[in-house]
Design a protein around this ligand. Structure first.
Ligand code: SR1
Ligand code: MG
Length: 408
């Protein structure tokens, strides 16, 4: 049974640390001076411990249900295996951009990993109006390196197929298929908006062209096993260390439990969506400069992704029909996918279950306009994804919508 195992608590955690040799040099279980439960995500328990010598460790335990909802929504805790394995694999291609994994416990679904308490969650920093450069680019680089490294271009045909099988993650994919690609358009009792945004949500659901694009994007999500993607790469899945308060000196992509072999543009789209959401918040709080900066991040992520992927391309395993022209076509497709998924991810965070603190912590009088702006940009971005607009045009159009809508 995967739902009968002991959960970590303040009282049993020291015993757990002492019980495994792997922790002996990482932390002194008998001199724990700090213990915090910091899980603020939707799914898991997360504990940070420090010993008297200042050594720290993180233990993350998957619960057999969705934490956000409770035991009424069961969910396989084997997602912890997926996260541990993906993080280890991604480290092969982007070591500096993921946390180190020390151990995975398949009986209690516990991942032991690097303590990142000198980092902060990027979304939290964005919500405070803080502007750190050197994050969006490295995240694009992370996507490029992990996408290329786990693709058929790097692994070859047999290994790529074996990896698709190993990384299959139907339970968590179903959540994305439902929450991102279905429920914003076909209500399932889990959506919610402010009463003043009900018309906006209805317009989204009634937008036949949008629903058509969402169908194409969902189909690709369900069938295109391009690479081992992160699967939930929003600004809350990035931890950053910024001591000089301007440029991040460390960026880590965390929480890859939604990982599987999927379309490369999905992760890039998730980032673009969350930058747009951060921009809407900034404008709603009167910080127009921060809004423009947030809207410039999509280009930074994309440019870093494209540059890095092009750099890796000459190392592909089979150059016979995987020609340079193929790369040009793929880049074009991935850009369209990125914009398509960006709109899908914007809309789900406004209408569906599991929203973002960027918007939810705004006062209702400005939240209404910010939510409306994100929905309008979502529809435009997804439906016009094939128009080959420059990033500057995309940012300008988004800024116009936000400024017009938020202040109305
Ligand atoms: C039920 S899980 C809800 C959401 O939390 C995660 O962050 C994923 O985005 C998922 O869709
Ligand atoms: Mg998460």
């Amino acid at each position: 049974m995967t739902d009968q195992y002991e959960f970590l608590t303040k009282d049993n955690i020291s015993k757990y640390l002492s019980s495994k040799k792997v922790f002996a040099n990482l932390i002194d279980a008998n001199s724990l001076v700090e213990f915090k439960e910091v899980g603020d995500g939707n799914l898991n328990l997360v504990f940070i411990m420090k010993d008297s010598a200042g050594k720290g460790i993180v233990l993350k335990q998957a619960l057999p249900y969705v934490r956000l909802v409770g035991p009424d929504w069961p969910m396989t805790p084997t997602r912890a295996r997926i996260e541990a394995e993906t993080t280890i694999i991604h480290a092969k291609y982007a070591q500096d951009l993921v946390p180190e994994i020390y151990d995975y416990d398949p009986e209690r679904f516990i991942i032991a990993m690097e303590d990142l308490s000198d980092h902060v969650v990027w979304r939290g920093a964005l919500n405070l109006g803080l502007r750190f450069d050197g994050v969006a680019g490295p995240l694009g680089k992370y996507v490029a390196n992990t996408a290329f490294g786990t693709s058929v271009f790097s692994l070859g045909q047999e290994q790529h197929k074996l990896e698709i099988a190993r990384a299959i993650n139907p339970g968590l994919c179903l959540i994305t298929e439902d929450l991102v690609f279905t429920e914003p358009y076909f209500e399932n009792g889990r959506n919610s908006v402010l009463p003043s945004n009900e018309k906006d949500a209805q317009e989204l659901a009634n937008d036949k062209d949008m629903v058509h694009e969402i169908g194409l994007l969902k189909y690709k999500f369900m069938t295109a096993g391009e690479s081992l993607i992160h699967g939930d790469l929003h600004t809350g899945s990035a931890m950053i260390k910024c001591e000089d308060k301007k440029v991040a000196e460390s960026v880590k992509a965390i929480d890859s439990e939604f990982s599987f072999y999927g379309p490369i543009g999905f992760d890039l789209g998730a980032l673009v969506a969350n930058y747009t959401i951060a921009a809407a918040r900034a404008c709603a709080l009167g910080n127009v400069e921060q809004m423009h900066w947030a809207l410039s991040l999509g280009e930074q992520t994309w440019v870093a992704f494209e540059k890095e992927f092009r750099k890796l391309w000459p190392t592909r395993v089979d150059k016979r029909v995987f020609t340079d022209q193929l790369l040009e076509d793929l880049i074009k497709t991935w850009r369209e996918d990125t914009l398509g998924y960006a709109g899908a991810k914007m809309a789900r965070r406004i209408v569906g279950l599991a929203k973002t603190s960027d918007i939810e912590t705004l006062e209702p009088n400005v939240r209404e306009g910010a939510a409306r702006a994100v929905l309008l940009i979502a529809r435009k971005t997804t439906k016009e994804r094939a128009q080959d607009k420059s990033w500057a045009t995309l940012a300008k159009e988004a800024a116009e919508i936000i400024q017009k809508t938020v202040t109305k």
